[in-house]
Design a protein around this ligand. Structure first.
Ligand SMILES: Cc1cc2nc3c(=O)[nH]c(=O)nc-3n(C[C@H](O)[C@H](O)[C@H](O)COP(=O)(O)OP(=O)(O)OC[C@H]3O[C@@H](n4cnc5c(N)ncnc54)[C@H](O)[C@@H]3O)c2cc1C
Length: 293
């Protein structure tokens, strides 16, 4: 029997630790549960790890699909002598998947270690770091479309860009296969260690956030523009433009989503005024926010 609950606090389900209630949240346990839900109701949000979301203080009306209990398997299938196809459920944690690959002596997912999302969210966002993106290792994806049909898509049927993907509208990603190369586990561990140290050095990992707020404009760094606009450390309520990395807006504890939104608008206006650059948001805003003039 699938659980559905009312008024679930989103603050407990996002890395920002903010956001009002989801009116209804469904916790499907199987692919069939997802199919039934898609056939029977309109879904407002498919929730992965909640690590790229700013949810309004007023919450989310309608139904949120929480896939945390669904699609958790990992299977390895050799592909010739050198490669292995790793088939994983959409709710597998990306960092755990990267560790699993490392232990199996499989290289290609090192960059994803430390990204706090799930595989489905990583595919929607085409998550990436340090010059790599998930699209580069993607083999195929199985999705459930809005009309409740399962469809397998080959990686090259999909159009990916920088933190952008082209999945069918409102589909649910069920699982994906990624192609990894056999390599020495110790070398993989070392590469992951280097990446982890870089993250710790340059990102405010001890504060609540949703990672980079803005995409880097072509040939520019959003963080550098924000810093040059003298916005580092700016605060609204308990939300702050990180002192460590200006493209992170952190919740110091007790911030509202509206506080974060206020800083987002401040950055957008100032960077446009000072440099003529219109920043594009990387994080996804869900629900209503007030425009402060
Ligand atoms: C400290 C920190 C560091 C970060 N570093 C990086 C980084 O280096 N690189 C990077 O790219 N990102 C980074 N991020 C951002 C974030 O972790 C990624 O965007 C991640 O891929 C989001 O995955 P998620 O499962 O949390 O998705 P969510 O935030 O839950 O959702 C993101 C989007 O995907 C959709 N979605 C999620 N799962 C599914 C599914 N199964 N089917 C259909 N739609 C789905 C949601 O509806 C939403 O539109 C960082 C975030 C934090 C907090």
């Amino acid at each position: 029997m699938m659980d559905t609950c009312k008024n679930i606090r989103m603050a407990e389900r996002t890395t920002y630790k903010i956001g009002g209630p989801a009116e209804v949240m469904a916790f499907p346990e199987t692919g069939n549960d997802v199919i039934e839900l898609l056939k029977g109701s309109e879904i407002s949000l498919v929730l992965g790890g909640g690590s790229n979301l700013l949810i309004s203080d007023d919450g989310i009306s309608g139904m949120t699909l929480n896939l945390g209990k669904t699609f958790l398997g990992i299977n390895l299938e050799p592909m010739g002598k050198l490669d292995v196809l790793v088939r994983a459920g959409a709710s597998v944690n990306l960092t755990k998947l990267a560790s699993h690959a490392m232990e199996a002596g499989l290289s290609g997912l090192e960059f994803a270690h430390g990204i706090p999302g799930l595989l489905g969210g990583a595919l929607v966002m085409n998550a990436g770091a340090f010059g790599n993106e998930i699209k580069d290792i993607l083999h195929d994806v199985t999705v459930i479309t809005v009309d409740g049909k399962e469809k397998k898509l080959h990686g090259d049927e999909l159009d990916f860009g920088y933190r952008h993907s082209s999945f069918p509208k409102k589909c649910v990603i069920k699982e994906a296969s990624i192609r990894l190369a056999r390599a020495n586990p110790e070398l993989i561990r070392q590469r992951m260690g280097v990446i982890q140290r870089k993250r710790k050095l340059h990102q405010p990992l001890n504060a609540f956030s949703a990672g980079s707020v803005f995409k880097n404009p072509k040939n520019k760094y959003a963080g550098r523009l924000i810093e040059t606009a003298r916005l580092k450390g700016e605060q609204i309520g308990k939300a702050q433009i990180s002192q460590l990395h200006a493209n992170f807006i952190v919740n110091l504890g007790g911030a509202s989503s509206q506080d974060v939104y206020g800083l987002i608008r401040m950055v957008e206006n100032r960077v446009l005024e000072e440099f003529g650059v219109k920043l594009e948001r990387e994080i996804k805003l869900v629900g209503e926010f007030k425009e402060i003039l």
